[in-house]
Design a protein around this ligand. Structure first.
Ligand code: HEM
Length: 487
């Protein structure tokens, strides 16, 4: 339902992108399309004059969904205070995330943001993250892929990347190596599994047609809510044990990881520290792995793009006197403009956070004239934005890294047109770190291995979790590249 406020008459007009039925509103359509929610809502938004639509369900939940950059700039920056995450979202995720940076508003958020953004800008943290990624690539990822190539076994690249990202973000968050990429059976592996369950089961709370059904299940301690409680308890126990031992050995000096930097402030309680660490792990865990999974899938059917990446890597190796197998440092990674473009293009089509929702604090009018009522949800649809002809032209659904290139470098995009990393005061803190990690992995893998995707011609589906995961994973056969082809 597209609602427009005529400035002259100040009388709202309702127009719809969704089919609305008497009494039940958009519910039948929602149920019919729940399994393809992102594509369904993309089509609806594309048919609306300003790429914005109002969403109604029976009961009091209602809000707007928008893919309009002006509206997004308004809610994420110009009228930021009016669009917090809101009590509903905070409440649904509170059992798992507590009041960590990812799940807080107002002062609680501001305090964490201030410290975290200061630390994220330090060279020492960036170097530490870079070093952790390098080690994980050299000692775990490459040997694992070599072995898969020797055995000619198909592997699930998504799962491998998820384990990689989990190891990496745990190192950055609290300097613990769960060694998930090394194999199963470790306590870190149990932590990762529990973390995954907790994230997936928490996100399911958003999809209940009867919103409070999960609360009844929680009260009775049955089904998914029981499993959620168990997984949260495993995650919390693991994190608390580490934090406790770190507090005990606290020398008062800042260490390299984030936790130590927060511990240095004596005022932070155990719960506060736990929530921060968990928020960071959640933020950095599935996002980079999701992005790279879609990137490798897109690349598998585009040998021309792969060739351009190989050529770029070759010229960097020549310039810096490197050979295949050496890891790249920060300066070299920064010079990988085409690779940057190829990853950004994958992020455009498959944003790891496809939807993001805020709550409206006071009645407001969006720049496109859409009225938003107090208490409504406001969702911006990053996935739909990557598929809008109005934003990216007629070839918007094509994978084309070239659209990012300008005079040999990857151009910057307006974050409100490309809100893949959010925008405004709450913009993703890990963006640079994420690109460094993704480019390091992509460069090391592409120059050494060919990836032959099993079922290349089938377009994979996606699973709605907190991030956009590929349904069934990405199964590939890996083959070591011949050196003469690379050179
Ligand atoms: C491709 C990779 C990534 C993408 C696409 C991404 C995207 C996002 C998005 C959309 C948000 C806003 C979420 C919301 O507030 O609802 C966000 C927030 C955040 N991200 Fe990332 N992220 C990525 C990687 C990372 C990494 C690697 C880290 C850290 C290790 C990180 C740390 C954070 C933090 C701490 C926030 C919360 C910021 C705040 O609320 O002030 N992200 N990210």
């Amino acid at each position: 339902l597209y609602l427009n406020l005529h400035p002259s008459k100040k009388k709202p007009i309702y127009r719809t992108g969704f089919k609305i039925y008497p009494l039940v509103g958009a519910l039948p359509e929602f149920l019919k399309n729940r399994h393809r929610f992102l594509d369904w809502t993309t089509d609806v938004l594309a048919s609306c004059p300003t790429s914005t639509t109002v969403f109604r369900r029976p009961g009091k939940v209602q809000g707007i969904i928008t893919a309009n950059p002006l509206n997004i700039e308004h809610m994420l920056k110009n009228n930021f205070e009016n669009y917090p995450k809101g009590e509903r979202v905070l409440f649904l995720l509170e059992d798992f995330l507590g009041q960590g940076i990812f799940n807080s508003d107002g002062n609680i958020w501001k305090v964490q943001r201030k410290t975290a953004s200061h630390e994220f800008n330090t060279k020492s943290l960036r170097n530490f993250a870079m070093q952790s990624a390098k080690e994980e690539i050299q000692t775990r990822l490459i040997p694992l892929l070599k072995k898969a190539a020797e055995m000619n076994h198909p592997i699930d690249v998504q799962e491998i990347l998820e384990r990689f990202a989990f190891d990496n973000v745990c190192k950055v968050a609290f300097n613990v190596d769960p060694a998930c990429l090394d194999g199963d059976g470790t306590s870190g592996w149990e932590f990762m599994r529990a973390f995954e369950d907790a994230a997936t089961l928490s996100s399911r709370r958003f999809m209940y047609v009867v919103p409070f059904l999960w609360r009844i299940k929680k009260l009775l301690n049955i089904g998914s809510e029981r499993r959620l409680k168990e997984s949260i308890s495993t995650v919390h126990d693991f994190a608390e044990k580490i934090i406790r031992s770190r507090i005990e050995e606290n020398t008062g000096e800042k260490d390299t990881d984030l936790l130590s930097r927060f511990i240095a402030n004596d005022e932070n309680s155990m719960e506060f520290l736990r929530d921060i660490v968990i928020s960071f792990i959640l933020a950095g865990r599935d996002t980079t792995s999701s992005a790279l999974t879609w990137f490798f899938w897109l690349l598998s059917s585009r040998p021309d793009v792969e060739r351009n990446i190989l050529n770029e890597l070759k010229s960097i190796r020549t310039r810096y006197g490197k050979v295949i197998g050496d890891t790249y440092n920060l300066d070299e990674i920064r010079e990988m403009h085409y690779l940057h473009a190829a990853i950004s293009e994958a992020l455009r089509l498959y944003p790891p956070v496809p939807l993001d929702t805020k709550a409206c604090r006071e009645d407001d009018i969006m720049p496109d004239g859409t009225f938003v009522g107090k208490g409504w949800f406001v969702t911006y649809h990053t996935y739909a934005m990557g598929r809008m002809e109005t934003l990216w032209g007629k070839d918007c659904r094509e994978y084309s890294p070239e659209r990012w290139m300008e005079n040999g470098t990857c151009r910057r995009e307006n974050p409100f047109r490309f809100p893949v990393f959010h925008a405004g005061p709450r913009m993703c803190l890990g963006k640079d770190m994420a690109y460094i990690q993704m480019k390091s992995i992509a460069a090391s893998v592409v120059e050494r291995f060919e990836m032959d995707v099993v079922d290349k011609d089938t377009c994979p589906g996606h699973v709605m979790s907190l991030t956009l995961r590929m349904k069934g994973g990405l199964r590939v056969r890996v083959k070591e590249r011949c050196a003469d082809v690379v050179d």
